[in-house]
Ligand binder design. Structure first.
Ligand code: ADP
Ligand code: MG
Length: 670
């Protein structure tokens, strides 16, 4: 009954157009709110600021002239007086107005003025007799004019709005003084005052964020309520292991360990993110928790995104667990058939196994005896599907995701809202901060000298460039070029080249040579693996460093400073004060979380979206950065409702739970 064709003016062709814009019935018409509004409210000179967008009355005092600047681009100019004061008006691409604007005509201009030059640059011009003091909804719907869409929406409203439930609980509407949904619908397609606009925005923002949190928290609570095996671990073994470490754990490490072990012990599954800067000591925390699970008689699988990383973890864990009754095994794509079947055999029949590897861990032929704990390192490098597959290899195993990418707190609560989060901020005291310095490209001689100094000490250097090859569209430095340049300059040293276009085998060969100190300088794009640990590399030189986000530079910088030897990061940039100012933060702070907050402020959230599917996070009105405080309130509100089991049966929440169910069917959160 709510078919689109039931709306006057919608025939088969219009229906197709609407469908293409994801509008399938009359309710969709109602719910497609304007993207934004153009406000045409008359102001006076006294209240108008130069440069601001204003709407003001004017009287034409000269015959308009048109300048044709280029194809499809012309400028109409004429004189007006505004409150007795002369202005010269310019408006683009309105040559057709020339014959309408007679001297003495009263008009209304929207645009901005400059009183020092007595000019007015208009974006909209209306005749005064046609002008309404109004707020115009802008829908931006492909192929359909705002006016037309507005008509459809209004008719849909008349016929169908009364069938729509208000699913935001009454008590929340009252708590935040939000308007009821029907009032929202009444004004959203045609607000008349700024106050109304404000009311709409408040309700929509809160509702969007609340519903988002409702979904996230529901998923998190549901996951948490899934039963896992009870794991009774050997406390003494864990204590002994901690005592055997050559250092004392930091407070953050202790707290993280406790949180994870508590989850492991609990009869419910764990779904937890462990985040901390490179070098904050996540691996040893993981190791303690791995040991706890092994000691309780369950197997553990640990997945790394690359062979190099998997091998590195394997070596570390092998050494740690050498004297313990557990088998640490490595499974990669590189094994011979015999090696592979030997390992798979153990995994199938032995419970005292820690299996480390790449995505090979969830190949079809890998059968676990009793997988109880799954760790994924650098979790964002795996797709949802891959992570799910590995999880399904066990019976409700506990899952820990590790990430070395500090995500700003305000984003983490939305990006990872459906998980529990443990953060390690503190770094082991033994770590040497990397000394970071900015250099202009004009100071290359100095840069070369500093490089030479490190090379002479037999230390190794990473050189990072934004591009692989020469590009016709930018003059940014590229790896190929820099590689040649350095080969010319450092004739006595061996230089390696690494980027994504190099074949996998060669990549590994180059990495191996670098690890063995047979390559002194490694030129690469940002592909140098996160987590690669080459203690002898003590310098990093980043070309066009202003092209990278601060978080990314910090990640890169994490490749060095991995031993007690002093390390240096040289950030090269073109001369530009603004660029310099942003980069200077790198010189003074070594806190990845602080840098990621800066990135968020300066570059927006886009940078971080790669770390999680963010399809669910496109909000119409809310801005996850600016409205982060609402997001937090909304999270608590959602939890308050979800944690009270009776609420699921309370009639007043039925519309809300109906909404939730529909959403969960639509999106398949992992
Ligand atoms: P992450 O995995 O978080 O990048 P790692 O676990 O690799 O960090 O730790 C980095 C280095 O710090 C390792 O060499 C590790 O041995 C060392 N380390 C970890 N915890 C401590 C600590 N509490 N005190 C001193 N050194 C530590
Ligand atoms: Mg690590």
């Amino acid at each position: 009954m709510s078919r689109l064709e039931s709306i006057k003016g919608i025939g088969p062709r219009m229906k197709d157009k609407l469908n293409r814009n994801q509008i399938y019935d009359a309710f969709d018409l109602i719910r497609r709110f304007p993207k934004r509004y153009e406000v045409y409210h008359l102001t006076t000179l006294k209240d108008a600021a130069d440069g601001a967008r204003i709407t003001i009355e004017a009287k034409v005092t000269s015959v308009p002239t048109v300048a044709y600047i280029r194809k499809n681009f012309n400028r109409l100019s004429f004189q007006v007086v505004i409150e007795g004061r002369p202005f010269k008006v310019a408006i683009f691409n309105r040559d057709y107005l020339r014959n309408i604007l007679d001297i003495g005509e009263d008009i209304v201009l929207t645009g901005s003025m400059d009183r020092t030059k007595n000019t007015f640059t208009a974006t909209t011009l209306k005749l005064k007799r046609n002008f309404k003091n109004e707020i115009e909804p802008i829908y931006n719907i492909d192929g359909i004019s705002d006016k037309q869409f507005h008509k459809f929406a209004n008719q849909a409203m008349d016929d169908y709005a009364s069938f729509i439930d208000d699913d935001l609980p009454q008590e929340l509407q009252e708590k935040y003084k939000l308007i009821p949904y029907h009032e929202l619908l009444r004004i959203v397609h045609q607000p008349h005052t700024m106050k109304e606009l404000d009311k709409i925005t408040r309700r929509i923002k809160y509702e969007e964020l609340f519903k988002f949190q409702l979904k996230m928290q529901y998923t998190r609570l549901k996951n948490r309520s899934k039963k896992s095996y009870l794991k009774a671990y050997d406390l003494q073994a864990v204590k002994d292991f901690i005592a055997s470490l050559p250092y004392e754990l930091t407070n953050d490490q202790k707290r993280a360990t406790n949180q994870i072990i508590k989850d492991i012990k609990s009869p419910y599954i764990m779904n937890r993110l462990l985040q901390g800067d490179v070098g904050s000591g996540k691996t040893v925390v993981a190791a303690i928790t791995v040991l706890a699970v092994l000691s309780s008689g369950y197997q553990v699988a640990m997945m790394a995104p690359t062979e190099i990383l998997a091998k590195q973890h394997y070596r570390t864990f092998y050494k740690w667990f050498e004297h313990l009754p557990y088998d640490v095994l490595l499974l990669t794509g590189k094994l011979t058939a015999t090696e592979r079947s030997e390992i798979l055999d153990k995994v199938k029949h032995q419970d005292n196994v820690l299996l480390i590897g790449t995505h090979a861990l969830f190949s079809d032929d890998v059968h676990y005896d009793n997988l109880g704990y799954v760790i994924t390192d650098e979790q964002h490098r795996f797709g949802v599907e891959q992570r799910k597959k590995l999880r399904e290899k066990g019976y409700q195993p506990d899952v820990l995701y590790m990430s070395a990418t500090p995500i700003p707190r305000t984003l983490a609560i939305s990006l990872f809202g459906d998980m529990d989060i443990t953060t390690i901020r503190e770094k082991p005291a033994s770590r040497q901060a990397v000394e970071t310095k900015l250099f202009s490209l004009k100071q290359m001689d100095l840069v070369y000298m500093l490089m030479e100094e490190e090379l002479r000490k037999n230390h190794q250097i990473y050189v990072v460039t934004p591009l692989i090859l020469e590009s016709e569209t930018t003059d940014l430095s590229n790896a190929q070029n820099v590689f040649r340049q350095l080969r010319n300059h450092f004739k006595d040293y061996s230089i390696g080249l690494m980027h994504s276009k190099i074949k996998q085998d060669n990549k590994e060969q180059v990495m191996k040579l670098f690890e063995e100190n047979k390559i002194n300088i490694l030129v690469s794009t940002t592909v140098i693996e996160v987590g690669v640990d080459i203690a002898n590399a003590t310098m990093m030189v980043v070309f066009d460093s202003d092209r990278f986000g601060l978080s990314q530079l910090h990640q890169l910088r994490g490749r060095i400073g991995r031993s007690t030897i002093k390390s240096y990061c040289l950030l090269l940039h073109r001369d530009d004060d603004e660029v310099k100012e942003r980069l200077e933060i790198m010189e003074t702070t070594d806190d990845g979380f602080a840098l990621s907050e800066q990135d968020l402020r300066l570059r927006g959230p886009g940078e971080f979206f790669g770390y999680r599917q963010s399809g669910d996070m496109k909000f119409e009105q809310a801005d996850i950065v600016q409205d982060a405080h609402i997001l937090e309130i909304a999270k608590q509100d959602a939890l308050d409702i979800l944690q009270q089991k009776d609420n699921y049966y309370n009639p007043k929440y039925q519309p809300l739970f109906k909404y939730l169910k529909a959403q969960l069917r639509k999106t398949n959160l992992d």
